[in-house]
Design a binder for this molecule. Structure first.
Ligand code: GLN
Length: 333
């Protein structure tokens, strides 16, 4: 322990960074979520140069199995830790599949300016040139840095720092998979130090209006994906199971197929909140663009991906069912 260094807590949740393969050349077909947090820390003795590190095993799962309940538990633990004067920052080790979703959820519900950094890896811990150790080193250095304070929840892999709202996984297997396409990543990690060049302008963390401290569940919201020849089966099933919100991952700029639109309109008439988003991955879904949202009483996702629009809609529905208010939130966060 070095009194001059920041105290960074590593919350381990599983994923490939904690994965093990049969051989050193196994980079797919390995088992995720095997190695415990103490082993992750021991594997990178250089961590002690940049922070006093303590670890907690919060879950041990592959991140495709992440649930709303996991998120609520994780967010509560993060908020409790960050309220402690002796904690300077948090690193969350995570599978990469839903890493961007957990990051955005925390961006909306963490009530602190202290750094929260999500990190993962694409190669298991047993692989040649495993990317986990350097990614973990950079994440701990970032979470302990003054520069990361107030920047919102960050995603740092492959020497790049990204904002939770915009980052997405873009490649199934490459180590260079997390990208903030178009809007750009925020900065680099170089020799264990952050170099920031920009910041996200949307509200996050300490400025958030969302509060999960008293919540044990989140409103039921699902994503209906659109494609040629799509029908109404997904929308109908979501309504039948009692969803209070549906995010429509539309084609193009959030267009509504002739066959699906009446099902969405009927769902809205039953009280379900509809968010028009796009499966394209870049650009704005504009209000009253591809559809008359004022008339239909729909909400647009702006630039949020469908999976992140789902998160904001769930949190919005913990506060209000007023579509004007929900639209304001989609232009705020
Ligand atoms: N690279 C990874 O972390 C993927 C492993 C696993 N599918 C997960 O997301 O946890």
């Amino acid at each position: 322990q070095d009194a001059k260094l920041p105290h960074v807590v590593i919350l381990a949740t599983g994923g490939t960074i904690a994965g093990t393969g049969a051989t050193s050349t196994t980079t797919v077909g390995y088992t995720a979520a095997k190695v415990g947090v103490e082993s992750l820390i021991k594997a990178v003795p250089e961590l002690s140069n940049v922070a006093n590190v303590t670890g907690e095993q919060v879950f041990q799962i592959a991140s495709e199995s992440m649930t709303n309940e996991h998120w609520l538990a994780l967010a509560k633990r993060v908020n409790t830790l960050l309220a402690q004067a002796d904690v300077d920052g948090i690193v969350i080790t995570h599978g990469t599949d839903t890493l961007e979703e957990t990051a955005y959820f925390l961006d909306l519900v963490v009530k602190s300016n202290k750094p929260v950094v999500l990190v993962g890896s694409m190669r298991p811990s047993t692989a040649i040139s495993a990317d986990g150790p350097i990614n973990l080193y950079n994440a701990v250095a970032l979470a302990g840095s003054k520069e990361a304070v107030g920047k919102g929840v960050l995603v740092a892999l492959n020497d790049q720092i990204n904002a939770a709202r915009e980052v997405t996984k873009t490649n199934t297997v490459s180590t260079d998979t997390f990208k903030t396409t178009e809007l750009g990543f925020l900065g680099y990690m170089l020799d264990g130090k952050p170099r920031f060049y920009r910041a996200s302008l949307r509200k996050h963390t300490a400025e958030t209006e969302f509060d999960v401290s008293g919540l044990n569940a989140l409103p039921a919201v699902d994503v209906a994906y659109s494609y040629a020849n799509v029908g109404t089966a997904a929308v109908d099933a979501f309504v039948a199971q009692g969803d209070v919100g549906i995010v429509h991952a539309g084609t193009g700029d959030g267009s509504l197929p002739a066959r699906t639109k009446p099902a969405l309109v009927a769902a809205r008439k039953k009280g379900v909140i509809i968010v028009r988003s796009s499966r394209v991955g870049q650009g704005i879904v504009a209000r009253n663009g591809e559809a008359n949202d004022d008339e239909l009483d729909f909400v647009v996702s702006d630039t949020l991906s469908p999976q992140k629009a789902r998160i904001l809609l769930m949190l919005a529905l913990t506060r209000t069912h007023d579509t004007k208010e929900i639209q304001r939130m989609f232009y705020t966060y």
